[in-house]
Design a protein around this ligand. Structure first.
Ligand SMILES: Nc1nc(=O)c2c([nH]1)NC[C@@H]1CN(c3ccc(C(=O)N[C@@H](CCC(=O)O)C(=O)O)cc3)C=[N+]21
Length: 400
């Protein structure tokens, strides 16, 4: 008699466990929502900063994926108040031509950030192009300088590769604990796998970086022990290993198309049944990549403004009889001294040549007098008068 209620109770417990087992208990890591939160916050900051921010994008116009992703980035940037300028390249471009374009954008003070969308046409060596971007304008964090700072786990502020950084932000949003845990990253690209594994090592994880030459048995063994599995192999629904920790978190970095639908690198239906949390595609890593790129463009604009304020400037005036070679001689002397010309104006009145230049003397600030004398001497040799003054003097005069 006393056994009956107990049996019934045990049956209910078993039933409950069975139902829980079969319910989709997996937590979806919502990149769309997290990215929106980040961008809403950024929009407010940009509005109150009243900065004029511009992102320049370079991409292969014939690559359908690139056009689509760049369009998405441009649209999201516009929503938070960042302007874009697009530069389309095709296979008629070689590496040198793209490098010249990047250099022009580096020197353009209206451009805050540069994004080179991968892949560029086969006629262009992409890595050379990445490294030509000024680290101060590297919105996607892919230059050797910025990846080197990541390698060093440097305290110096630097842009991070946008996709792996977006993954970290998403995991943080869900309070994922990194330290001491086991990670498996599959894919060793410069854009993603390499920087991703470093970001995790820097957060005290033990990381396995697997790739196309990793034997299947190794992959199976590593996946079984991993607390965090990140898949970036570029093959639709490729990851379908069954033997996983039920506490594992799976991040799907894939951006593939199947029957014109967006699908990831993970077989979602199979894997999501066996783990604790997973990112969906669409709506996972993709939106986080875009939000991170945009946030970094804003950070670059802030840093550029800070440097502009602390920049030391001088005004150089050249007056004398017009003769060929004056401009060339002065600009050569300036570039030998690592001085950048910020602005120039020239006039010729009754054969009297006048030129004024605004220059950046930040690098030679402590040798200002030497510079003054050197230019004065140069003027004497050409029978023109060259006068150099710090710009602060003009600022003070206009205040009086
Ligand atoms: N220098 C460089 N930086 C990149 O960040 C970069 C790149 N090159 N080359 C190509 C990949 C690809 N990529 C994506 C960004 C957003 C989505 C995204 O938001 N996708 C939507 C789905 C869109 C759809 O396909 O319908 C989503 O996941 O919700 C996808 C893919 C950035 N990439």
């Amino acid at each position: 008699m006393i056994l009956k209620p107990l049996k019934r109770f045990l049956f209910l417990v078993k039933l409950f466990v069975h139902i829980c087992d079969n319910l989709a208990m997996v937590l979806l890591l919502d990149g769309k929502k997290t990215a929106k939160k980040l961008l809403d916050d950024l929009k407010k900051q940009i509005e109150s900063s009243s900065l004029k921010i511009k992102l320049a994008t370079i991409f292969d116009q014939k690559n359908p994926g690139s056009s689509m992703y760049v369009n998405m980035k441009v649209k999201k940037a516009a929503q938070v108040g960042i302007e874009s300028e697009e530069f389309k390249v095709d296979e008629s471009w070689n590496t040198d031509k793209v490098v010249s374009l990047v250099r022009k954008l580096n020197d353009d003070p209206t451009v805050s950030g540069i994004l080179v969308q991968s892949p560029l046409p086969e006629t262009v060596d992409e890595k050379i192009v990445f490294d030509e971007i000024s680290p101060l304008k590297d919105a996607d964090g892919l230059t050797a300088k910025n990846q080197g700072l990541l390698f060093q786990d440097s305290k110096i502020a630097h842009a991070l590769p946008a996709t792996p950084s977006g993954v970290i932000k998403l995991l943080n949003e869900y309070d994922f604990v990194f330290s001491g845990k086991q990670a498996l990253v599959i894919g060793r690209s410069v854009l993603f796998g390499r920087p991703m594994s470093l970001l995790l090592v820097n957060r005290d994880m033990t990381v396995t970086l697997a790739h196309s030459k990793t034997p299947k048995e190794t992959l199976i063994k590593e996946a079984k022990n991993a607390d965090l599995i990140i898949v970036a192999v570029g093959k639709a629904e490729w990851f379908d290993l069954q033997d996983l920790k039920n506490s594992a978190v799976v991040i799907d970095v894939g951006a593939n198309r199947k029957d014109s639908k967006a699908v990831g690198d993970v077989n979602f239906d199979e894997v999501s049944k066996r783990v604790a949390a997973i990112t969906p595609v669409p709506g996972g890593v993709g939106p986080m990549t875009i939000a991170t790129l945009i946030e970094q463009t804003y950070n670059l604009a802030l840093e550029q403004k800070r440097r502009k304020i602390s920049m030391k400037k001088a005004v150089i005036t050249v007056v004398g009889d017009d003769k060929p070679g004056i401009i060339a001689a002065v600009s050569t002397r300036l570039s030998e001294n690592q001085i950048n010309i910020l602005d120039v104006s020239q006039t010729l009145m009754d054969n009297v040549f006048t030129m004024s230049m605004l220059v950046d003397i930040t690098k030679v600030d402590d040798k200002f007098q030497e510079l003054q004398n050197s230019l004065k001497e140069l003027g004497k040799n050409m029978s023109v008068s060259i006068h150099t003054q710090r710009q602060e003097i003009f600022d003070t005069i206009s205040k009086i």
